[in-house]
Write a protein that binds this ligand. Structure first.
Ligand SMILES: Cc1cc2nc3c(=O)[nH]c(=O)nc-3n(C[C@H](O)[C@H](O)[C@H](O)COP(=O)(O)O)c2cc1C
Length: 225
């Protein structure tokens, strides 16, 4: 196996979502720039490169975190502009297994509603990450283009991971687009698809012990010979 393949396989297999960061260890600008520069090479249909990304750090990130936390804690109604997916059947089973693994590692029982709210709130604290990327595309685009943006997200997360930087993609940030757009100066022509909290992992955070399995190929791929 060539070094390049080995490194790629290792990066893909070891990457996992990080939900606890050292808030006082920002990613050096050259490391971030390298990863962003690599992600530019993600493929997209007709090479339209539809991703538009806003990265908040420092005071801007702190103010956004405070605004989002206030919204959640004060019971402000979320105002998502696209439907939030709900799952049933096999997908619901996987969703529950994912939550059981994560809440289990965090020591939160199924009936612990305060603990669950606290875990939900961690999304809006960006898990203490020093940076939050908000990933957008034009509102007029559909699911085909969202697929392109997803490719960019994974490429960026792998490029960061290979440089020792952890990430957590966050659909939860789609819950409060008005607050995020206002704080980051995001135009109303854009749709927020997800956030990505990123920084250096704090291994002492219990949520970082979670490990999510994958279904076997037979459950996903349908060979037709
Ligand atoms: C598009 C997308 C949105 C996600 N949204 C959230 C989120 O809002 N909050 C969260 O804690 N994790 C979120 N995740 C992380 C998933 O839960 C995680 O990728 C999945 O459980 C597999 O675990 P792994 O990333 O550790 O392999 C998201 C992942 C993706 C790809």
């Amino acid at each position: 196996m060539s070094d390049a393949v080995f490194n790629l396989d290792q990066t893909i297999q070891t990457r996992r979502s990080v939900r606890g960061f050292f808030s006082d260890r920002p990613v050096p600008p050259d490391v971030l720039h390298e990863a962003l520069d690599l992600a530019r090479w993600s493929p997209s249909n007709c090479n339209v490169q539809p991703w538009e990304v806003f990265i908040a750090s420092g005071k801007t990130r702190d103010q956004l975190r405070d605004a989002l936390k206030n919204a959640v804690l004060s019971g402000q109604a979320p105002d998502p502009t696209t439907p939030i997916d709900t799952f049933d059947g096999e997908h619901r089973r996987r969703q529950i297994a994912c939550a059981v693994e994560m809440y289990g590692k965090m020591g939160i029982a199924r009936d612990d509603s305060t603990g669950r709210l606290r875990a939900h709130l961690r999304n809006f604290e960006f898990f203490d990450a020093p940076h939050i990327a908000v990933v957008c595309m034009k509102k007029s685009f559909g699911i085909g283009v969202a697929l392109d943006v997803g490719m960019w997200v994974q490429t960026l997360m792998l490029a960061l991971w290979a440089r020792g930087v952890g990430c957590c993609a966050q659909a939860s940030l789609r819950l409060y687009p008005t607050i995020i757009k206002e704080r980051l100066g995001i135009g109303d022509d854009l749709e927020i698809l997800c956030g990505i909290s990123f920084g250096y992992e704090d291994p002492s955070v219990p949520a970082n012990q979670a490990r999510q399995p994958r279904e076997p190929l037979s459950a996903q791929i349908h060979f037709r010979d």
